[in-house]
Design a protein around this ligand. Sequence first.
Ligand SMILES: NC(=O)c1ccc[n+]([C@@H]2O[C@H](COP(=O)([O-])OP(=O)(O)OC[C@H]3O[C@@H](n4cnc5c(N)ncnc54)[C@H](OP(=O)(O)O)[C@@H]3O)[C@@H](O)[C@H]2O)c1
Length: 273
Amino acid sequence: MKDFRDKLVYITGGSSGIGLATARLMAAGGASVIIFGRRQQVLDEALRQIQSCGISAGQKFAGRSMDVSKRESVESVLSSALAEFGAPDVLINCAGRAYPRYFEEITYQQLDDTMKTNFYGIWNACSVLVPHMKLKGGAIVNVSSMVGFLGVFGYCDYAASKFAIVGFSESLKSELKKYNITVSVLCPPDTDTPGFATENLTKPAETRAISASARVMSSDAVAKELIAGIRKNTFMIIPGFDGKLTYFVKRHLPFIIDRVMGAAINKAQQRQG
Ligand SMILES: NC(=O)c1ccc[n+]([C@@H]2O[C@H](COP(=O)([O-])OP(=O)(O)OC[C@H]3O[C@@H](n4cnc5c(N)ncnc54)[C@H](OP(=O)(O)O)[C@@H]3O)[C@@H](O)[C@H]2O)c1
């Protein structure tokens, strides 16, 4: 897909951060955009921003309250959206959460919530929408993370959920090819968003030390790469030079990553005594 004019785009997590930046860019490209999140007030504020980026009177914009982690909510809200707007040409599954902690501090409830939001959320949206998208073709982008190909200290539950997205997406991609639906995974590095600010509140010292040297991208820059990735039909969309380099090194010279992360962890642990 090269051009988003007159296309219909559904974005879960479209009311904040990377999802919102993508929604604004899609609106500026002439697409109709429907966003989904839990908090209606946040959706309404986001919608005002998205609308102001639109370029033609025919574009439709709407925000619907939906909890991706709850199967019934997804079935009911997406069925209504299908009836009201039709099947999306582009589905961007961006809703997600991260609460980094030491493994032994991650409760079973946290694991359950993380998996249900980050991974089951994507499964839920795809299972309702794919049967309809198959009739016309399109593009699906599932938002994972650099922690979807690189396990990092402090992210035991998050990494499990984000690795799951990559495996799921690769399988789905090969199944949907014959229906002219492309499937991609976005693996952002640290990105300046409200979600990232929340994530920083619980990071163990070692996790902070690892990410201290990493460059933080803007949500607009990440959204631009997401859209370029759909245009080029890239499977693993990894924004930024540092992210692409890390992916390359992790695949071909993984011991370098182990050494660099290990050194940062040791330093942080020595400081803690
Ligand atoms: N920022 C980063 O550094 C970074 C790096 C790598 C990957 N990512 C991934 O990128 C995605 C977006 O992150 P972000 O930083 O832009 O986050 P954000 O600013 O916190 O935005 C998250 C969005 O998801 C929605 N959401 C959260 N839980 C939901 C649920 N259960 N059901 C429906 N909507 C839900 C939120 O709205 P409500 O709260 O109102 O529901 C909001 O619209 C996530 O999948 C995240 O894991 C982010």
